[in-house]
Design a protein around this ligand. Structure first.
Ligand code: GRF
Length: 224
């Protein structure tokens, strides 16, 4: 639970399928999970993830970026919706808009993203195809605090998966996605429990962590 025993009010920003959103919804269904999802916000009205939120009884908002002449106007609408929901933490989960430095600064230390590679390898798009082309033997996913530079920012956790002979992009994507669904709830838990500290630009995790047997860092075997 969070240090004050209250669940942190969390908004999830999506643009599409919402499978990571679903993993967070499922985790937050446990009464002792330290974050509560209070809002799911999409910039696309056709995002499949909106139906997942509705099924779970979570409030949704659609703020189409195309309705706003500038990025700043779009983000002002996001900020208003987040404030109205009383959001304390924000998770990007397949949210396909780049955020301005001003927005990121406002949420510094409280805004996280999941990226489908072991950063700093393969920032940007098409990570699985690029991992296959590079011939890496381990691939995976990263949850990090968001900084003004895309796919940078202090790393909270990473999970690794093997790249197997004969893998195609879809095989590798599915293996990484399964890891994402375990990593994201774990990392949001750490953030909501106030266990993530930034030291010299890096995230340091306090206390033991149960990674459930994955090749994942933070892991329970690390001294706390
Ligand atoms: C995930 O692979 C995530 O890492 C990336 O976008 C994808 C979103 O998938 N940022 P989903 O919408 O959560 O299913």
């Amino acid at each position: 639970m969070s240090p004050d025993g209250r669940r942190r009010r969390t908004a999830i920003l999506i643009s599409g399928r919402g499978s990571n959103l679903q993993a967070l919804i499922d985790a937050a269904a446990a009464p002792d999970y330290p974050a509560e999802i209070v809002l799911v916000l999409s910039n696309r009205p056709d995002a499949k993830g909106l139906a997942r939120a509705e099924t779970a009884g979570i409030a949704t908002r659609v703020i189409p970026h195309r309705d706003h002449p500038t990025r700043v106007d779009f983000e002002a609408a996001l900020t208003a919706a987040l404030a109205e929901a009383g959001a304390e933490l924000v998770c990007l989960a397949g949210f396909m808009r780049v955020l301005t430095a001003a927005f990121v600064d406002r949420w510094q230390g409280r805004l996280v993203n999941i990226h489908p590679s072991l950063l700093p390898a393969f920032p940007g798009l098409d990570t699985h195809a690029r991992a296959l082309a590079a011939g890496v033997k381990l691939h995976g996913c990263t949850v990090h605090l968001v900084s003004a530079d895309v796919d940078e920012g202090p790393i909270i956790g990473q999970a690794a998966v093997p790249v197997l002979p004969g893998d195609g992009e879809a095989d590798l994507a599915a293996r990484v996605l399964a890891a994402e669904h375990r990593l994201y709830p774990l990392c949001l838990r750490l953030l909501a429990e106030d266990r993530v500290r930034i030291e010299a630009g890096r995230a340091v995790i306090r206390g033991p962590v149960d990674s459930g047997g994955m090749i994942m860092n933070p892991d329970q075997k690390r001294p706390g």
